[in-house]
Design a protein. Structure first.
Length: 154
């Protein structure tokens, strides 16, 4: 076995996937067909680990295995345009998701600030402002703290 060849278990271990995943990718032609040792073991070159890592990262970003297969295909200008369009579309989707995450982060940060303020000002008598959002609202849109006599009795 040459220094640059890895058995399937080594490829899987280095890429953080199962041996079955490597076999599956090979079956789908996401990985080039492996060579075989004299003992019948699959032997992959060094690029196999990088390719598996790329596939997993692309999946995490929302690419399907068919889309990834298209990205990994080699071809002429027409294939390049398809890859360009697919990458452009995915970047647009990622930008939208990032914007949504940023907005949600601002909401969570606001809620955290409100919780901290409530705890600081009222200690053990604090009324969680996040939980109280869908409960009584003061006319000005601010939360109204329940008074001790307003708590429900079981």
């Amino acid at each position: 076995m040459e220094q640059s060849e890895n058995r399937i278990g080594e490829v899987a271990r280095r890429a953080g996937v199962s041996v079955d995943t490597v076999r599956y990718y090979e079956r789908l032609k996401l990985l080039p067909r492996s060579q075989r040792s004299s003992g019948g073991f699959r032997l992959f070159d060094e690029t196999a680990v990088d390719r598996v890592l790329f596939i997993k990262q692309a999946q995490e970003l929302g690419f399907t295995l068919d889309e990834i297969k298209g990205l990994l295909a080699t071809g002429g200008a027409e294939e390049c345009r398809k890859v360009h369009d697919l990458l452009s579309e995915k970047l647009h989707e990622l930008d939208n998701r990032l914007e949504s995450l940023k907005k949600f982060r601002r909401v969570l940060a606001h809620h955290l600030t409100e919780c901290e303020r409530e705890l600081r000002e009222h200690g053990q008598d604090a009324c969680c402002p996040v939980v109280a959002l869908d409960k009584q609202q003061a006319p000005a849109g601010k939360l109204r703290r329940k008074q001790p006599h307003e708590h429900r009795r079981n």
